[in-house]
Design a protein around this ligand. Structure first.
Ligand code: 6PG
Length: 253
């Protein structure tokens, strides 16, 4: 079994496109296909990443797929959140609200389940977020349908960083020492991500090439490579790379 295969023995699907815009277009088409197969029966539960990587995907959904889905049947949660107000420019929820939810004309109160960063502490918000996710996802056997994760050049994903606390039985954790500012965050864990029916990881640009390669090919080491958690995924795993991020390294890692 290759290093990349999940516990179920299913290797990830690796999609390589020439450029960022083509990655976004193909990822958006896959999202719409997955959502359309569900929304007739129940809401479609999505987990969005933070950072800049999902922006071309958001823009493609708004410009090319506005009429392809009953969008009010989609429910959005976030893989992680910075400990800032929702109106702050660094808020992952705020970014998705500005670039996806509002341009689609959605009632954010109906479709979005953001982390409550106005609570007392990240610890309190983490416990509350897990309670909300368990409540929201109950109609889907407690599993999200479609999770999208980004990757940092150091191999982190969500707010799970190398050689930091990554493994936990909790679905959501507080983070106080993020190497990527701001230091205080709330993050879902692999205990939640692994439950997804489809897990998608997007990596574009040369800065992500080494981390994307290690995440797929290195021997299992969750502490060193947080994305190795994808190998625990109960559902399908898909990598979405442009040529730059898919480039094979010179072997020096
Ligand atoms: C965050 C994200 C983080 C992000 C990666 C990639 O809160 O910053 O959750 O995990 O996905 O750092 O960031 P970019 O997409 O901006 O390169």
């Amino acid at each position: 079994m290759s290093n990349e295969a999940s516990e179920a023995g299913r290797p990830p699907a690796v999609h390589v496109a020439p450029d960022v815009d083509t990655v976004a277009a193909e990822l958006a088409a896959a999202f719409i296909d997955a959502a359309r197969s569900v929304v007739a029966e129940r809401p479609f539960f999505v987990v969005l990443p933070g950072g800049k990587s999902p922006m071309p995907f958001f823009d493609c959904l708004v410009s090319n797929h506005r009429d392809r889905l009953p969008w009010n049947r989609v429910r959005f949660a976030w893989s992680d959140e910075r400990w800032v107000p929702a109106a702050d420019q660094d808020s992952n929820f705020g970014l998705a609200r500005r670039r996806l939810l509002e341009p689609l004309g959605l009632d954010v109160r109906q479709v979005a389940c953001p982390v409550a960063t106005d609570l007392e502490t990240p610890e309190v918000a983490a416990v509350e977020y897990e309670r909300q996710l368990r409540q929201h996802w109950a109609v889907a056997e407690g599993r999200p349908d479609w999770v999208l994760l980004g990757i940092g050049g150091d191999g982190h994903t969500a707010s799970l960083f190398p050689r930091r606390r990554v493994a936990s039985d909790a679905w959501v954790l507080a983070v106080e020492d993020s190497p990527k500012p701001p230091p205080r965050r709330v993050t879902m864990t692999w205990t939640a991500f692994r439950r997804s029916r489809q897990l998608h990881i997007v990596a574009t640009g040369t800065a992500k090439a080494s981390a994307a390669r290690e995440a797929r090919a290195a021997a299992l080491d969750l502490a060193r490579f947080p994305l190795h958690g994808a190998r625990q995924c109960e559902g399908e795993v898909h990598w979405w790379l442009d040529q730059a991020a898919a480039a094979e390294g010179d072997g020096r890692g």
